[in-house]
Design a protein around this ligand. Structure first.
Ligand code: FAE
Length: 547
């Protein structure tokens, strides 16, 4: 089954120039298409979204990894919890019968409140891929700051809805640099295993990997890595591999094999909806309000905190503002969401006792993307599973861990594509712009240079060995590096600085940070397992001592 797609799709003898012309016009046509009508079903909300005037023992802001761990463990310990989530529930199919849009056909569901898509791979063969859409509370937020676009999931399940599902535990020898004040022994013996089990992390059947057409791109990536002398590792993921085998056999609807990533996955991916949130619902102690955005948290006169929550419609308009009182509040709005809230709350005097560490220590996990142009005899396959399964580890020698990523376009591209996680020393800070009434981030695009240098320690060598070149058509015209973005925001309320060593915010008892904001900018690998494990560690302590 290996390396046959060149013959299978009848392209043998087909010149690269002709291929480029053909696919370019195809993708160009898609880019020129106008917005499609907004015909998606009204999102289902909680049976009873939170009522104004309610008092709750624990309010969790956000329903990503940190928020779900907090809600589950609090509920299991007997505490009633309410979760406020600014995104939609993502539990109702649209007019096409699917909950989530396809990667190659972004529609209104794909982006958070934009009128034009902002795809991470903006171009192909020089043609821009973005298209107009209707403004909608879609699933992927491309949040733009001065020097960087930060991609984040929006909806019940947070980043788990949109991410690639790579579930990687960092090498233990790297842990001291990731979370220096946390006991590594405890993490590796208790909390990483707990997180991996809660998330349903498993590794692909290696025998199937060797024969599956949909992983030809990964085998090509491995071959090139190994020929250049780099270690290639299988990485675990949160996908139902038996389902993927059935997708390949054609017996179930395709999901990973339909290239679904970025805008949701309709079937096989074990997002938080299928793991932690399933268990959260089973406790009977947790309610969730989608399309509810927390704007203010301030000490309540009689104890606890007064929380203001905007209820949104699917155009992003506020339809009601609710006032809720919570004994304890858990900030789990993601690194960016939590940081923005906290710097605003401190600056406006709502939470005046937060310390000066709030907003600091933000990093991009050293993310940088690139593509390589393979020879015509090295096709990567027109069928590419959207769940990556392998990476190239050059962390010790060159400061980069590169995931061999799919390019699920449905056509043969002869491209190898990589997301590198690199050692990047730069850390940015969120500050409050009072005149504009918003938080800003001082990251600079030029700060990606150390990441590019680290990634080049891998790809320059592979290119030399293979006699290949970088692709320069994926992020613009003649632009090699995807250095304008991150998928992995981390920090902004760093553990043992803005908070104590378990996430209790300094200055205001009863407030906690429990998401990626705690991690000071880098995890050396993809971050969600570490975010989950740290949340498991912290909530255990908080339940034992604070409740
Ligand atoms: P997160 O999951 O972002 O959840 C925060 C939630 O809070 C979101 O649902 C927000 O909508 C919500 N929220 C924000 N502000 C408010 C507010 N004011 N009021 C109410 N709700 C609010 O946070 N990581 C991996 O480990 N492996 C991968 O393969 C991987 N691939 C990725 C691919 C893409 C395209 C993206 C965007 C990310 C990827 N990540 C991956 C990163 C991962 O999803 C991310 O680190 C975690 O989701 C962060 O978890 P948190 O709990 O910090």
């Amino acid at each position: 089954m290996n390396d046959t797609s060149l013959k299978d799709d009848g392209r043998a003898g087909f010149s690269r120039r002709r291929f480029i012309t053909g696919t370019g016009s195809l993708l160009g046509a898609a880019a020129l298409a106008g917005p499609i009508p907004s015909a998606w079903a009204t999102p289902r909300t909680a049976a009873a979204p939170i009522a104004s005037g309610s008092r709750v023992p624990a309010l969790v802001i956000g329903t990503g990894y940190g928020g779900c761990v907090a809600a589950l463990r609090l509920a299991q310990a007997g505490t009633d919890v309410h979760m406020a989530e600014m995104g939609m529930a993502w539990d109702t199919p649209g007019s096409d019968g699917k909950i989530f849009a396809n990667t190659t056909r972004p529609d209104d569901r794909s982006f958070w409140l934009r009128t034009r898509t902002k795809q991470p791979l903006s171009n192909f063969l020089g043609f821009p891929l973005d298209r107009n859409v209707n403004r909608y509370t879609g699933i992927l937020d491309a949040e733009e700051f001065g020097g960087i676009t930060v991609y984040q999931g929006r909806g019940v399940g947070g980043g788990s809805l949109v991410n690639g599902g790579m579930a990687v535990t960092p090498r233990r020898e790297n842990f001291g640099a990731i979370l220096p004040t946390v006991d590594a022994e405890e993490m590796y013996s208790t909390y990483y295993p707990r997180a991996n089990s809660g998330l349903g992390v498993t590794t692909i059947d290696p025998a199937w990997f060797e024969e599956a057409d949909c992983y030809q791109y990964a085998r090509v990536g491995r071959k090139h890595a190994q020929r250049a002398g780099f270690p290639f590792l299988f990485v675990p993921a949160v996908y139902d591999w038996d389902y993927m085998k059935r997708e390949a056999a054609g017996t179930v609807p395709r999901s990973a094999l339909d290239g679904e990533i970025l805008y949701g996955n309709n079937h096989g991916k074990k997002s938080l909806q299928k793991t932690y949130i399933d268990r959260i619902r089973a406790t009977g102690r947790v309610t969730i309000s989608p399309l509810h955005k927390v704007t203010t948290v301030t000490p309540a006169p009689g104890g606890g905190y007064t929380v203001l929550i905007d209820q949104l419609d699917t155009t992003g308009r506020t339809t009601a503002t609710k006032t809720v009182t919570a004994d304890k509040v858990f900030f789990a709005a993601g690194s960016v969401g939590t940081s923005k809230l906290l710097v605003g709350l401190k600056a406006t005097g709502a939470l005046p006792l937060l310390n000066d560490e709030v907003g600091r220590g933000w990093g991009d996990n050293g993310n940088v993307m690139c593509g390589r142009a393979n020879h015509l005899w090295d096709p990567t396959g027109k069928l590419q599973a959207s769940i990556p399964t392998g990476g190239i580890d050059n962390w010790d020698a060159g400061g980069a861990f590169a995931e061999v990523a799919p390019l699920p376009t449905g056509i043969e591209t002869w491209a190898s594509f990589y997301l590198s996680i690199t050692k990047n020393p730069h850390r940015a800070r969120f500050t409050w712009n009072a005149a504009a009434g918003r938080a800003e981030l001082d990251w600079q695009t030029a700060w990606k240079q150390p990441s590019i240098d680290a990634a080049k320690t891998i790809f320059d060598r592979i290119n030399r060995k293979e006699g290949t070149i970088y692709r320069s058509d994926l992020f613009g015209v003649h632009k090699i590096w995807g250095d304008h973005l991150t998928y992995h925001p981390l920090g902004g309320a760093v553990l043992d600085k803005a908070t104590d060593n378990y996430g209790r915010l300094r200055g205001h008892p009863g407030l906690y940070v429990i998401d990626g904001a705690l991690i000071p900018g880098n995890t050396s690998v993809n971050p969600f397992v570490t975010i989950t494990a740290l949340a498991e560690r912290n909530i255990e302590r908080i339940i034992a001592t604070d409740l």
